[in-house]
Design a protein around this ligand. Sequence first.
Ligand SMILES: CC(=O)N[C@H]1[C@@H](OP(=O)(O)OP(=O)(O)OC[C@H]2O[C@@H](n3ccc(=O)[nH]c3=O)[C@H](O)[C@@H]2O)O[C@H](CO)[C@@H](O)[C@@H]1O[C@H](C)C(=O)N[C@@H](C)C(=O)N[C@H](CCC(=O)O)C(=O)O
Ligand SMILES: Nc1ncnc2c1ncn2[C@@H]1O[C@H](COP(=O)(O)OP(=O)(O)OP(=O)(O)O)[C@@H](O)[C@H]1O
Length: 535
Amino acid sequence: MNAPVRLSELLEFSSLAHTLVFLKDGRPFPLPDIEITSIRHDSRVCDQGSIYCAFRGLHEDGIDFMDNALEKGAAAVVTDRLPSRPHEGVPYIVVEAPRQAYALLCGSFFGNPASALKVIGVTGTDGKSTTIEYLWQLLRGQGVRAGLLSTVSWDDGSGLVSSPYRQSTPEAWELHSFLSSCRDHGLSIVILETTSHALSMEYDRLAGIAFSGAIYTTMTSEHLEFHGSLERYVDAKLNLARRLLPGSPLVIPHDNARKDDIMKAAPQAKPFITAVHHGKSSGCSRKEDGILNGTCISATVLGMEPEQLAFTFAINDKELTTLWRFPSPFPFLLSNALEAAAMAHSLIDIPLEAIIAQFEKLSPVRGRAIPVPNSLGVTVLIDFAHTADAFAHVMEEISRVHPKADITVVFGAAGERDTTKRAPMGAQAARWCSRIIITDEDPRNEGYEAIRKDIEAGIPDALKRRRTILRIADRKRAIREAVANLNRGDVLLLLGKGHETTIEYENGRKIPWDEMREAREALAVCAACREGSSL
Ligand SMILES: CC(=O)N[C@H]1[C@@H](OP(=O)(O)OP(=O)(O)OC[C@H]2O[C@@H](n3ccc(=O)[nH]c3=O)[C@H](O)[C@@H]2O)O[C@H](CO)[C@@H](O)[C@@H]1O[C@H](C)C(=O)N[C@@H](C)C(=O)N[C@H](CCC(=O)O)C(=O)O
Ligand SMILES: Nc1ncnc2c1ncn2[C@@H]1O[C@H](COP(=O)(O)OP(=O)(O)OP(=O)(O)O)[C@@H](O)[C@H]1O
């Protein structure tokens, strides 16, 4: 529990542009200084001494809950307009953007912990959590304890646990509370997942934080239901580069289509371009990539096995001949690791070779490209792919590793979220897989049927006739059906649930979910059944 802070101090240290309105006997009156115990955007969790920040939401207008917040004990209100009948004796802090004000006040409440830390932001469409956890592992391998907050994990210096938050970049109160805990544990580096929602000017959850490093992973398309267009989505992502401190490392993969825009958004950054390629190729070059002041790091994959990759790497034009190992067959994960290595190298000034030597010991990230052991002679992979680009990468690479295998995929798509990605996901599934089972991911109020139709709309008619397409809403039954039909040598991809622990249905109803347990159980049932029938 943090000690209360005086309102005057909070306002001063947050540098918040505001107008303070405090009425007594119907007239403006100088505000008596009050103690603030918390900053909240939800009236239901306000208590004695809270500041209530009224947000305009997708469903509600926070101004309608001011009375509720005051009844709960809120001592002040942040708003973009006064209510029609302002209460006497309530300080109204009138601002242009309440969400930005909320973030600045939260930072100020916790003593602006970000300014005492090197905060590294990781953004992109796919690969954020994996890259973050690889960076955390690589730094740890060099004896540097770093804080970490991603969709999957959380470490404030007290150890790695599952992230307790529903959001990948949590709301500012939770975020600054986490950062202050990192500072109090004596950490100097914190790696933060910075999502497009959090970076957008609409939500601005990261307002007031200056970044000491940024990694961009892939940049395709997601969350268009929120951003409205691809350009606005990209622009939100660029806010991370715009918030880099001068001279900070900025790591971008060579094949990121928005590489130039990202570099333009941070002209004073120190760029690192990374590339992973097969066989002989130039990878990236400082001249071609326009980074004469930066560094190119490229890995050449020389060998692919079902469980690992062998590669060499080059820094700028200097090719190093040592053969290194990466403990996964997926080059896109090697690309994430290479980005993490570039950042670690820049942050702690340790030769890249020493960092890359740690690759073979990297642990997988929960729910990402995790094989499920079995006795059926099949390959079953659990993965969190939930965009068309991630589908393409996983499916293409698994086909390369198992060129003769029949591939079955089980997947769905999130309800009430980006609908534009569904058809392209269906198209990728049909391109690479002979058997497609469309099931529930998080149908929410949209329901299974609408989502299934959107996915199927992306499957070309010619492929519809050549593929087996099953529609099984119940994910447990879908997995059982998929496993029951596998033949020795086949591949089964279970996509989109990864580490998640629930499936969300209508009106917020959730059922507990564990994809690994479901897969194991389905495989055990099938193994027992096949043993029984061979007796
Ligand atoms: C879809 C979405 O973005 N929802 C966010 C949004 O909710 P909303 O607009 O529906 O809120 P609302 O119900 O209209 O309420 C408006 C305001 O009134 C308040 N309220 C409401 C009721 C009441 O009784 N009292 C009260 O004070 C609410 O607390 C809120 O501040 O505003 C809320 C307050 O900021 C957010 O917590 C909420 O995030 C929800 C939890 C969410 O799921 N967000 C996801 C989409 C998200 O942010 N994801 C990104 C990206 C993930 C990725 O890339 O993988 C992330 O960073 O996690
Ligand atoms: N570099 C990459 N290129 C393409 N796809 C990738 C890459 N890295 C990971 N993926 C795919 O994206 C999935 C999600 O990975 P990860 O959790 O690291 O991304 P994320 O950006 O954190 O996603 P989210 O924020 O939605 O959790 C992986 O399971 C994999 O299928």
